[in-house]
Design a protein around this ligand. Structure first.
Ligand code: SF4
Ligand code: SF4
Length: 266
């Protein structure tokens, strides 16, 4: 059982309030945060079922809002034999703490930091970039302000409002989705493993009906690891998920989707 992308969200808190946040962080007060124990249980449950992950992605929310991000990052590397790379996503508008930099440096052979700069706190962003260079931590700087924004800016995935499309239309949305075409951009929270961040966010907010067919319950103690592997194989074969009817659709790298300036604040 090999998976390309798994996203873990230590915290859904964020210091920014982006109008087009794809997972609607600022729009809803519920912003769950995992403590180190829950994070470890999530890692254990994941790697009990999945043999290998290409990219383990730490995202949110803003991961730097978690007070013990350094511990959480270090804990991931207990499983370094099970993944190729760890990508840390940040809006880079909060200073990188020494303890976080130190862990990133310790594991720099497998680390890639993605600094998305929305132009909101550019002094901090530039200092962070300097610190990453000094620590020799690989990172990508993504310019998301002014002219020539990375990816031409953002797409608008919409609120969690049902579109009432036909099954065929939702299958088309699903098959066009960038996340799906990457083999899934799997998100895990509350032990639930979903195809994408919108599915998990919409269901945890009770904005999208939670259907057992749309996720794998990694914390289910009545199901063995082998049974969970089979359930995950089945989940990987679905042609759409409930959340697609509540999404404008991510078209990603083709030019169908209109682009908007990134990081506009509410
Ligand atoms: S930085 Fe903006 S897009 Fe990213 S999680 Fe925070 S509010 Fe959402
Ligand atoms: S809800 Fe469907 S279309 Fe939207 S991001 Fe998730 S898988 Fe893609």
């Amino acid at each position: 059982m090999r998976i390309n992308n798994v996203n873990l969200t230590p915290t859904m808190r964020c210091n920014l309030k982006c109008k087009l946040c794809g997972v609607l962080v600022p729009q809803y007060d519920y912003r769950p945060q995992m403590d180190e124990q829950e994070f470890n249980e999530t890692l254990n449950a994941l790697f009990n079922v999945v043999d290998h992950v290409k990219r383990l992605q730490i995202t949110g929310g803003e991961p730097l809002m978690h007070p013990n991000l350094h511990i959480i990052l270090d804990d991931c590397f207990k499983y370094s034999y099970k993944f190729d790379e760890l990508w840390l996503f940040s809006n880079c508008s909060i200073p990188f703490r020494d303890n976080v930099l130190s862990v990133l440096k310790k594991h720099k052979e497998k680390v890639m930091v993605h600094c998305s700069d929305y132009g909101k706190n550019m002094d901090v962003s530039q200092t962070n970039n300097k610190l990453l260079v000094e620590a020799e931590v690989p990172f990508k700087y993504l310019k998301y302000y002014g002219e020539n924004q990375y990816f031409d800016g953002w797409v608008d995935n919409g609120d969690f409002i049902a579109h009432h499309r036909s099954v065929e239309e939702n299958e088309a949305i699903f098959s066009s989705c960038t996340h799906v075409n990457r083999g899934g951009s799997w998100y895990i929270r509350h032990g639930q493993m979903h195809w994408c961040g919108r599915s998990i966010r919409g269901t945890e907010l009770n904005k999208i009906p939670l259907d057992k067919k749309d996720y794998l319950d990694l914390f289910d103690t009545t199901t063995s690891a082998d049974e969970k592997k089979k359930l995950l194989e089945e989940l990987m074969k679905v042609r759409t998920i409930t959340a697609c009817d509540y999404c404008n659709g991510y078209y990603g790298t083709n030019d169908i989707s209109k682009r908007y300036p990134a990081g506009e604040q509410i």
